[in-house]
Design a protein. Structure first.
Length: 687
């Protein structure tokens, strides 16, 4: 059967469509992306529907967003972006091309689509109802380990789920748990925590009984996942929702243990640890949860939970001896030396665990050394990311240097001579020597300790401009790091800045939907360009200084006449926000990158599209033409190098732990620099 995806099709389930490439009733495409054929609808409601699809013989699930509601689109794309980069049997698999946009025949509307692995089984809420009784503590220990390992993968990519509950956990027939519904996941970033800390508007996700207090107040943190995880196991171990149990009015602790008489104190202690009312009193990482679970023995042997040391200081955890029923209480200082002199038995046990950890670290370092030697022998350089060498050989041969532990990078900029690099993160800017990889100067705090979103270096290399969440543009002396001028530029965050080719004009784009032009020498405003229906994310100035391009959340690119301030042309066609724009070196072509996962090349003179690049599996966030006009570089989940002559992908550079949000190329077209929220900057030899 071939089911038609067009919501307005008069007969979408007509058997006559079987095997056809287009619907006989509405003419819409039936073989989506050349591979997915809808078999049957699975369900729907609200903004979307789900379908079972056939992918060359394999069955998958297609999620479709049917309404263009801004928040729904944001969450939908976010889920796609997260799932593409997560690889774990406990997380639904999404291929790089799994997200796409479907446009029905003869229609103007479009629909966001996401194809993912079909998970056989039931969610834990339905599973437990069908079972009719709570799970055993042995089952709970097994599942708690599985889910902690899944969260370890999620948190390592600087995301947290925000909506863990039985309904969002699937159980496969083989007992493997799968965490689903990543539409509410949030990225851990300086900008996010700044918004939380300042009481900013953060979308609230509330599931009664499972959502922690801080998240209910719009201040979720990664440790919020642990609270929801603990509440989930209260349901699984008691058969009752957490709301069925009272909370201690003084401490906020959930009084659930009498509802689960089969659970021993050690396991119950861990669950209470997860559900601590204050986030700082919970485990601070999934690895801490796993360490607690490793110390639990359900065979009647003596059990003592390890003392954990969250960032707030010492934490005491009670453990009960299964044989004697006595309660032990330990507290280990994080600065205690690694020897056993003067330690009690409990402290010695923890010391043994620490020594094992150090031994494992030593083995890891030997492995890293071996991979470094391998890289040197094969490629003539020591790879900067040796742990990933064997899985990323095609990329590592181009990697020259990785600058690590540099903060969550929001933007980078190169000086014209390619010798100086500037990076921006939350409230901090760093100036680097590209040749040595060393920091020349750190500017901190900047932009009122808020996020720095965008950077630009003047054509003569003397001045640096930065824009941030404080709505200001700041001009700096690049050589000395001295602040030259602060411009109260906009009414909302500044997302993009660019110098004119003569260095006399600076343009800035903002969430207030405007572009403004400034006199660099005096800081006075020359002109305001208004017309976008959404925030301005990107701007670029043509080399001849006559045209400015701006890309916006409204999915359009506008070309402006700099002399008159009038709009020359509005370029449409993207299915999502435009995140980046760039003029080709000759000024004849404009590239635009979008949250619809594509890059479009348009003729500057008539605005007509000349080529579309499709290869990214998630949002394209940054683009740059090589000065020799041979390649286009785009950054998203990975970095893709496109051949402008053939229109084909030349190579993909993988290695960043998160998406790439900024790229820059030296004037000789030989070196590429990339920045990412993964706290690294990577310097590549251009393929």
């Amino acid at each position: 059967m071939s089911y038609c995806l067009n919501p307005k099709c008069p007969n979408p389930s007509d058997p006559a469509n079987s095997g056809r490439s287009a619907c006989i009733h509405c003419g819409s495409e039936l073989l989506l992306q050349g591979r997915y054929r809808l078999v049957a609808p699975l369900g729907g409601g609200g903004f979307g529907r789900t379908f079972e699809v056939d992918d060359n013989g394999a069955r998958r699930v297609l999620k479709v967003l049917l309404k263009e509601h801004p928040k729904a689109v944001e969450l939908f794309k976010q889920e796609a972006d997260v799932l593409v980069r997560l690889r774990h049997p406990g997380i639904p698999k999404v291929d790089r091309d799994g997200y796409f946009i479907f446009t029905p025949a003869h229609g103007t509307e479009f629909f966001h689509c996401l194809v993912m692995e079909k998970i056989a089984g039931a969610n834990l809420q339905d599973w437990l109802k069908h079972r009719g009784r709570p799970i055993s503590q042995e089952q709970a220990l097994n599942w708690l380990k599985q889910l902690s390992e899944i969260l370890d993968q999620v948190h390592r990519l600087n995301y947290f789920h925000r909506d863990i509950k039985p309904h969002n956990i699937m159980c496969k027939p083989n007992g493997q748990l799968v965490l689903i519904d990543f539409g509410t996941a949030r990225e851990v970033s300086g900008t996010y925590f700044a918004k939380v800390g300042q009481g900013g508007n953060v979308t609230g996700i509330v599931s009664p009984g499972y959502t922690p207090p801080e998240q209910t107040n719009g201040k979720a943190v990664p440790q919020s996942d642990f609270f929801a995880l603990g509440r989930t196991f209260v349901y699984l171990l008691t058969g009752k929702p957490p709301t069925a149990f009272p909370e201690n009015p003084r401490t906020g602790k959930l009084m659930w243990r009498k509802g689960a008489p089969q659970v021993s104190d050690p396991l119950a202690n861990v669950i209470d640890y997860l559900m601590a009312p204050f986030p700082g009193n919970r485990p601070q990482s999934p690895q801490m949860v796993l360490q607690c679970l490793e110390e639990i023995h359900l065979d009647g042997a003596e059990t003592q939970l390890p003392t954990q040391l969250p960032t707030t200081g010492q934490t005491k955890i009670r453990g009960t001896s299964g044989a004697a029923g006595a309660t032990k209480h330990t507290s280990i200082n994080r600065l205690r030396p690694l020897n056993s002199a003067g330690l009690n038995q409990s402290e010695k046990e923890v010391l043994g665990w620490k020594k094992k950890l150090l031994a494992g670290a030593a083995v890891l370092m030997l492995g890293i050394g071996a991979s470094q030697i391998y890289g040197s022998m094969r490629y003539g350089v020591f790879p900067a990311n040796p742990v990933w060498l064997l899985s990323s050989l095609p990329s590592s041969q181009f990697l020259q240097r990785s600058l690590d532990n540099v903060g969550s990078v929001n933007a980078i900029a190169l000086s014209p001579d390619g010798q100086t690099l500037v990076s921006a993160s939350f409230g901090t800017m760093r100036i680097w020597n590209v040749k040595t990889g060393r920091v020349v100067r750190t500017l901190n705090p900047v932009h009122s300790k808020k996020s720095v979103n965008t950077l630009a270096v003047s054509p003569d290399g003397s001045m640096l401009a930065s824009g941030g969440d404080d709505n200001n543009v700041i001009l700096w002396d690049l050589k000395t790091g001295r602040r030259v001028r602060t411009i109260a530029a906009h009414k909302a965050a500044v997302n993009a800045i660019a110098f004119s080719s003569d260095g006399k004009i600076l343009a800035s784009g903002s969430d207030d939907k405007t572009v403004r032009l400034w006199n660099v020498k005096t800081g006075s405003r020359l002109r305001t360009l208004s017309g976008h229906a959404g925030g301005v994310n990107a701007i670029a100035l043509s080399r001849d200084g006559k045209t400015l391009a701006s890309g916006s959340d409204d999915k359009t690119v506008r070309l402006w006449n700099l002399d008159t301030g009038e709009v020359r042309r509005i370029i449409t066609g993207h299915g999502g926000a435009v995140n980046a724009v760039a003029f080709s070196p000759n000024g004849q072509v404009l590239a635009s990158a979008s949250s619809d996962n594509t890059i479009r090349l348009s003729n500057v003179q008539d605005g007509k599209r000349t080529r579309t690049f499709k290869g990214h599996s998630s949002w394209v966030r940054t683009i740059a033409f090589s000065p020799d006009n041979r390649t286009l570089i785009s950054g998203g989940g990975d970095i893709i190098v496109w051949d402008l002559k053939t229109g084909k992908e030349r190579t993909t550079l993988s290695g960043h732990g998160q998406f790439v949000n900024s790229v820059a190329i030296t004037k000789d077209s030989k070196t590429l620099v990339s920045g990412s929220p993964d706290h690294t900057i990577k310097i590549w030899r251009m393929p």
